[in-house]
Design a protein around this ligand. Sequence first.
Ligand code: AKB
Length: 314
Amino acid sequence: MKKIMVTGALGQIGSELITKLRSEYGTENVLATDIRHTDVATEGPFELLDVTDAKNMHALAKDFGADTMMHMAALLSAKAEDEPLFAWNLNMGGLMNALEVSRELDMQFFTPSSIGAFGPSTPKKDTPQDTLQRPTTMYGVNKVAGELLCDYYFHKFGMDTRGVRFPGLISYVSKPGGGTTDYAVDIYYKALEEGKYTSYIAEGTRMDMMYMPDALQAIVDLMEADPTKLIHRNAFNVTAMSFEPSEIAASIKKQIPTFEMAYDVDPVRQAIADSWPDSIDATAAVNEWGFKANYDLDKMTVDMLAKLKTKLNV
Ligand code: AKB
């Protein structure tokens, strides 16, 4: 049985990844770590960890007997654009520490990259697995450097590093913070709470997205995949759908016919979105480790609204 240490365990992905991993591998085999503490964290092993503190990271991984590191702690795209130096220090410093600790303790390694690793010169439609990566955001620079570093640790040290390029992730459990794709989560909350939503992303701006259950399954499937089948490692394109704001609004309207959408574009997040692909091609992930997404836009909308209604008690 794996013994997994997760950093950033209270973030958007981490908080649900912990539950998924504990149900797959047993509560006692998954150590959640984060810079802050909440009640959720007390349902299993939890330790406070600032990922820029390499010594503490090493001590926690060693004491727990971890054989797998899932490094999730990172600043998202819009926040990183706001505080580029802080983003560099946290995203790259945290990643280097996690890679070094994993090398020293001989651990399998996962960290997510993102569609943010692409830039304006990348082919916009059906973006291939191997293509031009010249991002124009600090987040993108971090993600490309991260992909290269993880490949470097694989080639140089034989470390079992694996990763995916996640699209925008949509979930009813934890809200994202500081991302460009966050509108696609906010819209469901506002649809139920106010019956309307003002999008900060302009009409016609397509981005890839995925429902959280598919994202979590992708992490588990990739980490369990036969290494001899992996031609790529860091990081696989994965996606479930590509839509623009009016399409998610139309999907919500099918469930809430009175729902209304308006636009008030935020230039910073719009510029980031404009630099990203419209749709990426996940063929390599499908062929090399059987990636599959179960939710399309309408199926996700039905589930999101049902789950959020209960959560928000509306
Ligand atoms: C963001 O918008 O920053 C993230 C991402 C696509 O990496 N959701």
